[in-house]
Design a protein around this ligand. Structure first.
Ligand SMILES: C[S@@+](CC[C@H](N)C(=O)[O-])C[C@H]1O[C@@H](n2cnc3c(N)ncnc32)[C@H](O)[C@@H]1O
Length: 238
């Protein structure tokens, strides 16, 4: 595990405070000793960029933020760009300059707002992530928080209805065959709603074949979608 080889105490980042590296380690392993280009959206003081620089000894590390830290000299192999993560012109200009062949790894640790994260994701994933590359989205669980800007906990009334229906189904099994489709509790907004959109993309082959006998119109753009607590990893298909 690469993080066990580093002196983690010297990096000022939530990734250490929240023990996120345990979730990252196994996923990042194939890239550790390669000459990768990594982009992180959301720099704050730059602590995570220093961590990634040391984590990937041959890596080129790029950070973007709405507002860059006062100390902009984070050492060799780190470059900073100021801009909004929803500004696709800015994202493309920066990407063409530093990673004309595409990024190997992109990490979104910026707004944690569903609509913003979604705009950034589809632009960078489609146009600026290499085939076989990795896209990471942090803190998707904000979508469950009632006090987050676009978060919301489950609606109580729907939950009660779903529970009552479950009880009926477990008692009278013929109910399972009735053409009644009660919603399973879900989100169609915020970060969790966006993650559900990623689940739909992972299921593209079934989604586009529409029925048991149909043929898929296309396969997923994702090789694999891995959802861990607080962090989602999306491997781009080759
Ligand atoms: C959680 S902090 C980043 C922490 C950093 N990655 C670390 O681990 O030390 C989030 C950062 O995202 C930036 N941010 C928020 N909304 C943004 C947006 N729409 N575009 C670009 N950056 C944004 C904020 O300015 C803030 O510095």
């Amino acid at each position: 595990m690469r993080s066990k080889q580093l002196d983690l105490g010297k990096y000022d980042t939530d990734k250490i405070r929240n023990s996120y590296l345990d979730r990252y380690d196994s996923v990042l392993e194939p890239w550790v000793n390669k000459e990768i280009i990594l982009l992180e959206l959301g720099v704050y003081k730059g602590g995570s960029l220093c961590l990634w620089r040391d984590y990937f000894p041959y890596g080129k590390i790029i950070g973007t933020d709405l507002k860059l830290p006062q100390n902009r000299d984070l050492g060799e192999r780190i470059s900073l760009f100021q801009g909004n993560q929803t500004d696709v012109g800015f994202l493309s200009g920066m990407s063409r300059q530093v990673a004309p062949e595409g990024f190997d790894i992109i990490i979104d640790d910026a707004s944690h707002i569903g609509i913003t994260t979604r705009i950034t994701f589809w632009h960078l994933f489609d146009y600026h992530l290499k085939p076989g590359g990795l896209y990471v989205i942090e803190d998707w669980g904000t979508g469950y928080w009632s006090d987050w800007v676009d978060g919301r906990n489950f609606r109580k009334r729907l939950q009660l209805l779903a529970k009552a229906w479950q009880r009926i189904q477990s008692r009278w099994h013929f109910c399972n065959r009735l053409p009644i489709k009660l919603p399973i509790r879900s989100h169609d907004y915020g970060m969790v709603g966006f993650i559900k959109e990623l689940v739909d993309e992972q299921g593209a082959a079934d989604l586009t074949r529409k029925s048991n006998k149909g043929q898929p119109a296309r396969n997923s753009k994702f090789a694999c979608l891995l959802i861990k607590p607080s962090i989602v990893f999306i491997h781009k298909a080759l």
